[in-house]
Design a protein around this ligand. Sequence first.
Ligand SMILES: [Cu+2]
Length: 352
Amino acid sequence: MRRRSFVHLALLAAVIAAAVTAVAVLIPWLPVSASRERDRIDVTFWLATGISIMIFSVVAAAILYSVWRFRVHPDDDSDGPPIHGHTGLEIVWTAIPTVLVTAIAIVSAVVLHDNGTTVKNELHVKVTAQQFTWSFQYLDGPAKGVVSPDLYMPIDRSMKLEITSVDVLHSFWVPQFGQKQDAVPGQVNPLKITPTRLGTYPVICTELCGLGHSLMRRQAIVLSPADFAARRWAAGLPGGPTAAGAPPGQPGGGGSGKAVFAANGCAACHTLAAAAAAGKVGPDLDKLPAEAKRAGQPLESFVHESIVNPNAYIEPGFPKGVMPQNFGQTISKSALDALVQYLIQSSKGGGK
Ligand SMILES: [Cu+2]
């Protein structure tokens, strides 16, 4: 009789475990992993999930079995048998959780250590957060000196990000890389990433940092080592060897004004018909001639100044300090000229 109850209980637990495991495994809860660090974190995640499924199944089976097997009849008012603890049972239910929690702690400590270990030949990138954008400065490697609005990474090479902020608290997060790191003014916080999968992933600010927080997004782009070394991606960025010389729009030149507009995330905040942009955070750039007239400035210098020094003139009805303040540093001179000309041409053609 007791053996039969035990078999029923075990069967019920197995059925519950199978169902819950299917929910955990078959539904893609997490974004794909794109870094070695994330792979290690996933090991701790699945260990803890496996343990949780085990405990859940045993508890749920015991509850369901009791409800089914020991249900009282409506007219049964008698007490249950008096029971005074069970030393053996108490030792078991203390020892098992101790072992499980200790296992999670040990595995987590190993992963934390491995993910923070300095590896040979790592690339150093200074990451600067500010309301409301990111910039990435390469301190060594083939892109040394380049300041980029997006994070380009060679696959399978460890990168050490040195993360800081120039204004308020922000936090660096790429879900596919599995880690977050705070960006704190006056402090440099490290984060190691070794990308293992080619592709483009979102760089997200994950610390509410002001009005433009939800727009504080850039991209992390993982390239083959050859593409990274060729620095085709660095065309138009200050410091890139291909940035100087060739005119804008040519390969290796400053890039067309339209490309510069797209590459710097202007469309997130501005409307510009020529670029199919419909942002509403900043002024409508199709109306630039009228806006320059209102500001009492010649169009070209107004546009140039508005991009490199946005706070010099604030369009009435729009917030100050929301437009990123460092385009003057992150966009090369030739790319900036192309951008200004592009905005002037587009607004004259497409404006009202
Ligand atoms: Cu932020």
